[in-house]
Design a binder for this molecule. Structure first.
Ligand SMILES: Cc1cc2nc3c(=O)[nH]c(=O)nc-3n(C[C@H](O)[C@H](O)[C@H](O)COP(=O)(O)OP(=O)(O)OC[C@H]3O[C@@H](n4cnc5c(N)ncnc54)[C@H](O)[C@@H]3O)c2cc1C
Length: 252
């Protein structure tokens, strides 16, 4: 079974983000970049399916040369091949289009993605890839089973108060939700092997007009300074705190 996993390199969520001088991108110098956490579930699921059914796992990203690091993280987890699609897309439509064209050349049985990228949070790429390749899609999956011989699969999704089970034919696109599995840590031999592995680089086909223009990024409002209750203690401090929560913060 051939599986392609789409992965994105994103800033670590613990990093302090600053907006760049043009107001349209973040400052990337000195940022800690990691494999998108939801993509770790997608990689892990692909590895487990390979263990069950055989085949290969190819990880693919669209991004600049520094995104090779994310590919190497996935290789260190156990992926077999890595492809970087090189290009500068302008929106999710172009990302989805370029990835779909690159995936087409591999004819996989299954395409796995994270449910969303934790930096831009658009949750669009998996759905766009499925549409551009005219494939069924199961989004935000917490369980997946496949029968490659019968070209069929089944996925479970969490819905309010229960689980929804879907059946679909392969090839298909599935986006991974937290809980799908517990991603493994890369082994030391895996890390060493990943360092030497060649990464295939393709030029991005951006042959679709972007649908959106990013107008501006704005930082969240600066936090107001806290209030210090001076010269109050015990019940007096408690009463004043309740008054402030009620009248100023309108929290109670
Ligand atoms: C190098 C680069 C430059 C960009 N420049 C601009 C710009 O100037 N202006 C602008 O508006 N937008 C730009 N974008 C697009 C934008 O930043 C988002 O990446 C895009 O809109 C997708 O949304 P998202 O990241 O929220 O992904 P989501 O749709 O939330 O991601 C869901 C899943 O799709 C997959 N995925 C997402 N992105 C990628 C990827 N790049 N490679 C492989 N898999 C992926 C992952 O599995 C991920 O978990 C750029 C993107 C890249 C990669």
């Amino acid at each position: 079974m051939q599986t392609v996993v789409l992965i994105k390199q994103v800033p670590d969520t613990a990093t302090r983000i600053k907006i760049g001088p043009d107001g349209k991108d973040i400052q990337r110098d000195g940022l800690t970049l990691v494999l998108n956490p939801y993509d770790e579930y997608a990689v892990e699921e692909a590895l487990r399916l390979r263990e069950q059914h055989g085949g290969t796992v190819t990880v693919m990203t669209l991004g600049p040369a520094r995104a090779d690091e994310a590919l190497r993280s996935a290789l260190a987890m156990g992926a077999d091949e890595a492809v970087r699609v090189d290009g500068k897309p302008q929106d999710a439509l172009q990302v989805g289009w370029a990835l779909a064209q690159a995936i087409r050349t591999l004819s996989p049985d299954l395409i796995l993605c994270g449910k969303q990228a934790v930096d831009d949070d658009q949750a669009e790429v998996g759905a766009l890839v499925a549409e551009f390749l005219d494939l069924p899609q199961a989004t935000v999956a917490v369980a997946l089973s496949v029968d490659p011989a019968a070209h069929s699969a089944s996925a479970k999704r969490e819905v309010e108060g229960g689980l929804q089970q879907l059946a679909f034919s392969l090839p298909a696109v599935v986006t991974a939700q937290k809980g799908l599995n517990e991603p493994r840590y890369p082994s030391l031999p895996g890390i060493m092997k990943a360092k030497r592995k060649e990464i295939a680089v393709l030029s991005a086909d951006l042959g679709i007009e972007p649908g959106l223009e990013l107008v501006r990024l704005t930082p969240p409002e600066a936090r107001k300074a806290g209030t210090v209750l001076k010269d109050l203690s015990g019940a007096d401090a408690g009463a004043e705190l309740v008054r402030l929560l009620h009248e100023d913060a309108k929290a109670i």
